[in-house]
Design a protein around this ligand. Structure first.
Ligand SMILES: *Cc1c(COP(=O)(O)O)cnc(C)c1O
Length: 476
């Protein structure tokens, strides 16, 4: 496909600009450009076709099944886009005075209180712009809490090996040292190993639940006891709340801090880097440290308030406001019953897919999964040479987005499926059939699979190079 610069032809126009009615002013020489502005020149129809063609080359939830584990690529109701696009929400400026944005402040206040209710926490900040950003913010709260008590020894954060990869990274960013704990045979946190590393230098333990294996951590109560007894705090990575919302609450399980991913669970389309939102909830003992400002409800309306002990701002202005509107619209539309039903269906769909392929795609035996599950293709690779990657690439040829590959690292040749609650049984049945056929194909024609995809726009790019040295600027 040609770039828009390559279809450009001098003199072509999408629009004509009226001759200015006002006199031109002289600008200081130093503000004038030295070279011509090199913009593509195309007709309106070519412009429209170009971008429509580009959009067709992208894969999204609106074009097909997208079981990218850990990412919750569920269908996002279009009405939430319309709500977020209402003029009262889009045609405002963050520097407007409080009394002119009371409606927007009500959105933030109401959403915070709903999220506090859903997570079982006392206070919530909406500011962080992503899940990992929420983790960082939550860990800064934990650091501030210990510092305020003059408990300066607490420099270590315990991270189980089934945690999401962002957890140790965020803890290091927040200035902590990481202590790893292994999983036990049941793929939960190894309690004996945990007891050995806990001490008066423990700042917190970060738990991803469900774990990256899609399993509910069985020993939560014991973990909670061990950490709290040692004076540490408990951090809940709630990016996968889609599996448990409306059913259990991190606050009730003993957690002190939690982050959520509104762009996964609460209806903001994501991928390609944004926009996101990773609100953080905490217990009242930590509320004074939350980022400034927070919205408070008073007799005279909504007010921005600040706290002396706050860790400060973590995002510009108030975070990604449009994402809040979508989340609130989603929560209000579903209600308490609907939120719970969404989680239950997410778990049901994942288990349905799992039991119908696990004779060929082996997974954690004998356990129900939560909203996602991980299979290991090591045996297939040993027998046929076809790897998890080749299965993923073959799925592209079938019109499906591949599952997450080679994650978590504790499973060899891992594929991680998260079908989400918004897929129908018909779709799941088609996917099951396709996956079973792909498995057979690995024995019949492994070489063909090793060069898949055969029908995609791009086959096998150098992914590292594409990520590290992307060419994003047109050069003649
Ligand atoms: C997605 C995810 C994150 C990170 O969220 P981002 O918004 O991508 O920063 C953290 N933890 C878990 C368990 C996740 O699934």
């Amino acid at each position: 496909m040609k770039l828009i610069f390559e279809i450009s032809e001098e003199g072509k126009r999408c629009a004509t600009i009226r001759k200015p009615q006002i006199k031109s002013a002289k600008l200081n020489e130093k503000y004038l450009r030295k070279t011509e502005l090199d913009l593509p020149e195309v007709s309106e129809v070519d412009f429209s076709r170009h971008y429509t063609a580009l959009s067709r080359r992208a894969f999204g939830v609106d074009n097909g099944f997208y079981p990218l584990g850990s990412c919750t690529m569920k269908y996002n109701p279009k009405i939430n886009e319309e709500v977020a696009g209402l003029e009262g929400f889009t045609r405002i400026h963050p520097l407007q005075s409080e009394k002119t944005v009371q409606g927007c402040m009500e959105v933030m206040h109401t959403l915070s209180s709903y999220l506090a209710e859903i997570t079982g926490m006392d206070a919530v900040t909406l500011q962080p712009n992503a899940g990992a950003h929420g983790e960082y913010t939550g860990l800064c709260l934990i650091a501030a809490y210990h510092a305020a008590r003059k408990d300066f020894k607490r420099t270590k954060v315990i991270v189980p090996d089934s945690a999401h990869g962002t957890n140790p990274a965020s803890a290091v960013m927040a200035g902590f040292e990481i202590i790893n704990v292994p999983s036990d045979e049941e793929k939960g946190v190894d309690l004996e190993a945990l007891k050995k590393v806990v001490g008066d230098d423990t700042a917190a333990l970060m738990l991803t639940n469900p774990t990256t294996l899609g399993l509910f951590e069985k020993n939560i109560k014991e973990i909670s006891k061990i950490i709290h007894k040692a004076g540490g705090l408990l951090y809940y990575d709630g990016a996968n709340l889609n599996a448990v919302m409306g059913v259990v609450r991190p606050g009730d399980m003993g957690f002190d801090v939690v982050h959520l991913n509104l762009h996964k669970t609460f209806s903001t389309p994501h991928g390609g880097g944004g926009p996101g939102s990773g609100p953080v909830g905490c217990k009242k003992e930590l509320a004074a440290f939350l980022p400034d400002p927070r919205v408070e409800k008073t007799d005279k309306g909504y007010k921005f308030v600040e706290s002396k002990q706050s860790i400060g701002k973590v995002a510009s202005f108030y975070g990604n406001f449009g994402v809040y509107v979508r989340a609130l619209a989603y929560i209000v539309a579903l209600g308490a019953e609907g939120i719970k039903a969404a989680a239950q269906h997410a778990v049901l769909n994942a288990n349905y897919l799992k039991v119908n392929i696990e004779d060929l795609y082996p997974t954690e035996k004998g356990r129900h999964c939560m909203h996602e599950f991980v299979v290991s293709m090591q045996e297939l690779k040993d027998k046929t040479g076809v790897s998890a990657m080749e299965i993923a690439k073959t799925m592209i040829d079938r019109g499906y987005h591949p599952p997450t590959m080679y994650f978590p690292l504790i499973i060899h040749e891992a594929l991680m499926f998260e079908p989400t609650e918004t897929e129908t049984k018909q779709t799941l049945d088609e996917v099951i059939k396709a996956l079973r056929e792909i498995y057979e194909e690995a024995f019949k024609d492994p070489e063909y699979m090793k060069s898949a995809p055969h029908h995609a726009q791009i086959g096998r790019p150098d992914e590292v190079k594409a990520a590290r040295t992307p060419v994003v600027r047109y050069q003649k």
